[in-house]
Structure formats: structure tokens, C-alpha cells
Design a protein around this ligand. Structure first.
Ligand SMILES: Nc1ncnc2c1ncn2[C@@H]1O[C@H](COP(=O)(O)OP(=O)(O)OP(=O)(O)O)[C@@H](O)[C@H]1O
Ligand SMILES: Nc1nc2c(ncn2[C@@H]2O[C@H](COP(=O)(O)O)[C@@H](O)[C@H]2O)c(=O)[nH]1
Length: 213
């Protein structure tokens, strides 16, 4: 448990999903920079690193045998096959962060969000990020300039499938202007952190206030 203005709080799992290129990596980086007490969950993947990606920071890059071993050893909180590669969330760091009262941020697909939701429904807050248009989505994938034309075509093909799961999320944000989308996502997180059920020390806090009257 952590403490916020003297009141003990329970950590939450904040999940962002979107079709590839809608902007969740950008938003997660902005959130981590600005919000204290928020820890990024670093996933394992069998995908090859993109230029500039750092092992242990952006992902843990592993081969299929290592990934399968992690699944068999129950080391992943959730995992899924996305665009022909495997991705998963290492369990131990998330459990340690939550136990220490931190909030944990996840950039995962709809299958992972579904698995987290069924494990810990009251601790998960999920946000689906949409692009303002299909043209903008494709443009962003090209501007990012980190995937081949073939990979981009594949991701655009699957964007519709990913988007069809928007209604399983708690919130939906259209990322047109990045500043506005960031403010929206931040407001969601701040409001969720103030929910009474997460401020587990509030009963004691109010009792103390009343005793002083
Ligand atoms: N509101 C925005 N307007 C214009 N460009 C944006 C906006 N948001 C993000 N981008 C750009 O779009 C590209 C894709 O964004 P990002 O990598 O964050 O997407 P993603 O959803 O994490 O994709 P993936 O699922 O493939 O990892 C990046 O180059 C990013 O700088
Ligand atoms: N279910 C999970 N999905 C994950 C995880 N880590 C990332 N992802 C999702 O995969 C796609 C592709 O990511 P990219 O980095 O190759 O562009 C994207 O939708 C991510 O959100 C994970 O641990 N579990």
C-alpha cells in the first residue's frame, strides 16, 4: 500500500490498448514521465527489436523457446499471439509493484486486457485508444518509419479486428491531438485513483478527522 496525502491507497492496473499506430506507446511514455507512482510493465516478446529499442526497457526480447518456457513455468500474468509474434507480461515485477502500492501501466492488446480483467476485475482500469481516421492511422505507421511496408500492410489489415473490441473497455479516447488525448488519459487515471474503493485508508482518515472535532 502507498500513501497519498496521508491516506493509504490500493494500486491499480492501468491498461492501454489500440490498433497498432494509434498512439499508445507515445501516451504511455508521457504518463510515465509525468505521473509519480506509476510503473511501466515491460513485456517479453519474440518480435525482433526495432531500431532504437532497448532490451529490458522497451521489451525483453526472447526467442520462442524461452517464451514457451516462461509460459510453462507460469511466469506470465497474461500472454497472446499478436501479428505472428508472442507477447506476454512477466508476473513477478507486476506483483511486486502492486504489493508496494504502486500503480502499473500496461501497453497490451485486447486479448491481454481480457485476461487481466478476468484475473483481477476490480484492480484493472482499461482505456481503448482510437485514431481519428484510418488515413491518420496508416500515416502514423509510415511516419514512425520502423516497420516494413509489408508489416504495415499486415497491421492495417488487423486494425479492424482490434478496434472491434473497443466496447470491452472502461473508457475510449480518440487520439487526434496528442496533448488533448494525454489530458484525457491523465484525467481518467487521476479520477480512478480517487475512487473510494482504492483509498483503503479513508475510513481511518475520516475517523481521525471526526475525533478531532
Ligand atoms: N496524436 C498524434 N498525432 C500525430 N502523430 C501521432 C499522434 N500520436 C502518436 N503519433 C505518432 O504515431 C506513431 C505511432 O505511435 P505509437 O508508436 O505511440 O503507436 P502504438 O499504438 O504504440 O503502436 P504499436 O501498437 O504498433 O506499438 C508515432 O510515430 C507517434 O509519434
Ligand atoms: N497481450 C499482450 N499484448 C502485448 C504485450 N506487449 C505488447 N503487446 C501488444 O502487441 C501489439 C504489437 O506491439 P508492437 O510493439 O510490436 O508494435 C500492440 O498491440 C501491443 O499493445 C503483452 O505483454 N501482452
Amino acid at each position: 500500500m502507498s500513501s497519498f496525502e496521508g491516506v493509504e491507497r490500493r494500486g491499480l492496473m492501468f491498461v492501454l490498448s489500440s490498433p497498432s499506430g494509434a498512439g499508445k506507446t507515445t501516451l504511455t511514455r508521457m504518463l510515465i514521465e509525468e505521473i509519480a507512482d506509476l510503473r511501466m510493465s515491460v513485456s517479453v516478446t519474440t518480435r525482433a527489436p526495432r531500431p532504437g529499442e532497448i532490451d529490458g526497457k522497451d521489451y525483453y526480447f526472447v526467442d520462442q523457446a524461452k517464451f514457451d518456457q516462461m509460459v510453462a513455468n507460469d511466469e506470465l500474468l497474461e500472454w497472446a499471439k499478436v501479428f505472428d509474434n508472442c507477447y506476454g507480461t512477466p508476473k513477478a515485477p507486476v506483483e511486486h509493484a502492486l504489493a508496494a502500492g504502486h500503480n502499473v501501466l500496461f501497453d497490451i492488446d485486447w486479448q491481454g486486457a481480457q485476461q487481466l480483467n478476468s484475473r483481477a476485475p476490480s484492480d484493472v482500469v482499461s482505456v481503448f485508444i482510437l485514431p481519428p481516421s484510418v488515413q491518420a492511422l496508416e500515416q502514423r505507421l509510415h511516419t514512425r518509419a520502423q516497420d516494413s511496408a509489408e508489416v504495415i500492410r499486415g497491421r492495417m489489415k488487423k486494425a479492424g479486428d482490434e478496434m472491434s473490441h473497443f466496447d470491452a473497455y472502461d473508457y475510449v479516447v480518440v487520439n487526434d491531438n496528442i496533448g488533448i488525448a494525454f489530458e484525457a488519459v491523465k484525467s481518467i487515471l487521476r479520477a480512478e485513483l480517487l475512487k473510494l474503493k482504492r483509498q483503503v485508508g479513508m475510513v481511518a482518515f475520516v475517523q481521525k478527522l471526526r475525533q478531532q472535532l
